[in-house]
Design a protein around this ligand. Structure first.
Ligand SMILES: C[S@@+](CC[C@H](N)C(=O)[O-])C[C@H]1O[C@@H](n2cnc3c(N)ncnc32)[C@H](O)[C@@H]1O
Length: 284
């Protein structure tokens, strides 16, 4: 049971991951630490929401290294949240995660359910709404592909204080956009984006190739977040996580908060990468 919360093999299910997962998890871990340290005295109720939680541990395919996954990082942080909501579509992941959660003994309310992120978000928002006036929330949205729909982001955003860390699937979008931008039917890219405006951006980029396409698409996404009450930020690059074996872009981490302090924290955290190096701005 002791090993359930440590980054070692505890005999329960782990998620196979690339070495780059470490980078993503390090940004999240440091943001949680700053958020919880700064906010725990002001906000008695603080919830962490992880809609694609995984089993709680990852094993790096190439090295065998075990990494705590996002739910366990949030559970074992120095000043834990008061409530946790975990969702995963894969039952085996939730079974392993529940077992690991039992070892925390933190007294926090932990809910871990099997389900689709886009439907379970409704239930979570309903559960959090009655105390929303006195709570602070952080959601980590970490899809494998394009399963996260814009409507789900909008649902979470309907709560007054809901910080978001979103895995923007740049690699998946690169593979799909070219195939589907002319499709008349609704596609997963439309559902991820919330409408078809991305197609205009993509079409214009196909002909001019002037500004990097993901800069334009992320700016569009951020404008939509701003319309939901999030602070609009233009001045820093979203960290890009690459597949270091194929040297291909995988995803970016987008952050959104309705309070400028959230952006300040995120900016501080993402100035340095997992190796402590000052992050270089990348062109898209
Ligand atoms: C990138 S992994 C999450 C990793 C986790 N955040 C961590 O740090 O270890 C994505 C997870 O989403 C789950 N998943 C895929 N489609 C889903 C959906 N529609 N709803 C909820 N979970 C889903 C997968 O089973 C997988 O565990």
């Amino acid at each position: 049971m002791y090993n359930y919360l440590s980054p070692v093999d505890d005999g329960l299910a782990m998620r196979p991951a690339g070495p780059w997962a470490k980078e993503k998890l390090d940004y999240l871990n440091r943001y949680i630490a700053v958020f919880e340290t700064a906010m725990r005295d002001t906000w008695r109720e603080r919830n962490y929401i992880d809609l694609m939680a995984g089993p709680g541990k990852n094993r790096v395919r190439e090295t065998g290294e075990v990494l705590l996954g996002s739910p366990l990082l949030a559970l074992t942080t120095r000043y834990p949240f008061t409530g946790y909501h975990f969702v995963d579509l894969n039952e085996a992941n939730i079974v392993a995660l529940r077992e690991r959660c039992l070892a925390t003994g933190s007294g926090a309310a932990i809910r871990a359910v099997v389900g689709d992120c886009n439907t379970e978000a409704d239930t979570i928002v309903d559960l959090l709404r009655p105390t929303a006036h006195r709570s602070l929330n952080l959601a980590f949205l970490d899809p494998e592909g394009l399963e996260l729909q814009w409507n789900t982001v909008a649902k979470l955003a309907s709560l007054p204080r809901m910080d978001l860390v979103i895995n923007y699937p740049e690699g998946g979008l690169n593979r799909l956009m070219r195939k589907v931008y002319k499709a008349t039917r609704e596609t997963s890219v439309d559902r991820f984006s919330g409408d078809r405006q991305w197609r205009d951006v993509y079409r214009a980029w196909m002909t001019s190739r002037r500004l990097p396409v993901h800069r334009q698409l992320i700016d569009l996404y951020k404008r939509k977040l701003a319309a939901l009450g999030y602070v609009e930020i233009h001045h820093f690059e979203e960290p890009l996580v690459r597949n270091t074996i194929r040297s291909a872009p995988l995803y970016r981490l987008l952050f959104a908060s309705k309070h400028p302090l959230g952006d300040k924290f995120w900016h501080e955290v993402t100035r340095r990468d997992v190796y402590g190096q000052r992050r270089l701005l990348e062109a898209r």
